[in-house]
Design a protein around this ligand. Structure first.
Ligand code: SF4
Length: 298
């Protein structure tokens, strides 16, 4: 089964400097407002895709700002979906809102917290005060719910990759039980770090998280930079996402046809059948040289 990702909102309280929603070179389409804009259309889409999808994901800019979100979740639950919310977590600082989310039957929440350090998080989010609100939101949700249903997303950039181990310790102290490290997709060298530079920080952070009993996954990284933990790549296990109301139609196509590619050194790699390489934007900045010796390490 696939997951159904519905975007029916286009505002956000953050303005992340790496925001995928603003990237123009991944796809040639112009950014357009969501084509699904009413609860009636959401309901129709939920019914239409039920045979194909068991989860629905509400994402797309910041879904918690959408006044129709709770009703949309109720609709999805009534039709028989499990519901996943992807949020910057700021609105979760309101405990009453958290209780409402739980009452309508949310099944999973993914929250972006980019660092243990408020300055780094606010800089990457491009929003003063975002860190405090997101952390308050995570604390609320952890205290009201099963922490295993809450996943923290950390988008790994040049600004925060050296902080990964401290961030993991901070997540643990918040009571977090699930983390995903996402490799930033960006064409700017000031935002995208070199894989050879971040490799040891990432692997140490993964090892720490596992040692703390936290579930870890990674996304966007080439498998050869993950060492023995390459099986943690979420691309190997995540079901495809059918995307409605956005400029893309499904994430697997975006990744494999538009977003990622392998290198000229990959053809002899033992992991070549399961690895997708990394973001095309990466090679535009750093080229392929770092991959030359990697296949010998596998
Ligand atoms: S060498 Fe290429 S195919 Fe092999 S793991 Fe690295 S990126 Fe993937």
């Amino acid at each position: 089964m696939s997951a159904l990702a519905i975007n029916f909102w286009n505002k956000c309280s953050n303005a992340c400097i790496f925001c995928f929603c603003k990237e123009h070179d991944l796809l040639t389409e112009e950014l357009v407002p969501p084509s699904i804009s009413s609860l009636r259309e959401v309901g129709r889409a939920l019914i239409e895709h039920k045979n194909q999808c068991d989860w629905v994901i509400f994402s797309g800019n910041e879904p918690t700002l959408n006044p129709d979100l709770l009703v949309a979740i109720m609709l999805a639950k009534k039709i028989g979906y499990k519901v996943d919310l992807r949020t910057n977590g700021r609105k979760l600082k309101n405990r009453t809102f958290c209780r409402k989310l739980l009452k309508v039957g949310i099944d999973r929440v993914n929250i972006s917290l980019l660092s243990f350090d408020y300055k780094t998080h606010d800089l990457l989010s491009n929003a003063a005060g975002a860190f405090d609100e997101t952390v308050a939101g995570i604390k609320n949700l952890v205290s009201l719910w099963d922490p295993k249903k809450i996943c923290i997303y950390n988008v790994v950039t040049k600004y925060n990759y050296k902080q990964l181990t401290k961030s993991v310790a901070f997540y643990r102290d918040l009571g977090v039980k699930d983390i995903q490290f996402n490799f930033v997709y960006h064409t700017d060298k000031n935002i995208t770090p070199a894989l050879s530079g971040l490799e040891s920080s990432l692997q140490k952070a993964i090892a720490d998280a596992i040692g703390f009993g936290i579930k870890v996954r990674v996304y966007g990284f080439p498998l050869c930079f993950l060492g023995k933990n390459y099986k943690l790549a979420s691309e190997l296990s995540t079901s495809n996402e059918v995307v409605l109301g956005n400029r893309i139609t499904d994430y697997e196509t975006v990744r494999t046809d538009f977003g990622k590619k392998k290198t000229s050194f990959c053809h002899d790699c033992k992991l070549g059948d399961i690895c997708e390489g990394t973001w095309k934007s990466y090679y535009g900045i750093y080229g392929e040289e770092e991959f030359k010796d990697k296949i010998n390490e596998i």
